[in-house]
Design a protein. Structure first.
Length: 201
């Protein structure tokens, strides 16, 4: 039965139920993640959803790059001290932690979502985590702190090895769906171009 160890190795990730702690550990082992995103925003007063797509990158030690390609180019960079937004190659808009602390609470939260940071999530939400079998999981978050509880009714995450979908349900009855695909862990460090984007402005 020399194949048993190999068989156990192949099966073992799916034998145990996934827990939030294991999920956080799994995401912590992914220092840089790049993925394609497709976003759909359903707004009550609009007949058609607003759709956008592009590439995103989250680097554990740096922050988040959101590079929208369509319907128009928009680059968003979030790090610990500022948020930089460039729309249609116009001059950059820079928001700092000092002049907009609420935005930075949300920035901190956004990174916590992508990294399944249990401590930050438990400070801000009531957490409902479910193991769906075969390594799949869902995480439903109900805000318990202001201003999040004034903005969102709930935030729902789902995935397997990676975070694959985010649904933001806001208090106005609108909904934003983000689907992440084509996840890539290599290169495990930032490229020169990516470093420059974090350093710009």
């Amino acid at each position: 039965m020399k194949h048993w160890p190999l068989l156990m190795l192949l099966l073992s990730p799916w034998v145990n139920a996934v827990t939030l702690d294991e999920l956080q550990q799994r995401f912590t082992e992914q220092p840089v993640i790049r993925a394609h995103f497709a976003q759909s925003r359903v707004i009550k007063d609009l007949a058609q959803p607003l759709r956008s797509q592009g590439e995103m990158l989250i680097a554990r030690d740096k922050g988040l790059l959101w590079d929208q390609k369509a319907p128009f180019p928009m680059m968003l960079m979030l790090d610990d001290s500022r948020m930089v937004q460039v729309v249609n190659n116009q001059p950059a808009q820079v928001i700092t932690a000092e002049n907009n602390p609420q935005m930075f609470q949300f920035n901190h939260l956004l990174r916590a979502l992508f990294q399944a940071d249990r401590q930050v999530l438990e400070q801000n939400f009531r957490i409902d985590f479910h193991d769906k079998g075969e390594g799949r999981w869902t995480l439903s978050l109900t805000p318990v702190t202001t201003p999040l509880d004034k903005i969102f009714a709930s935030i729902d995450l789902a995935g397997q090895t990676y975070l694959e979908s985010i649904q933001l349900n806001d208090k106005q009855g609108d909904r934003t769906d983000i689907v992440l695909s084509q996840h890539r862990l290599t290169p495990a460090t930032l490229t020169d171009d990516e470093r420059q984007r974090f350093a710009a402005h």
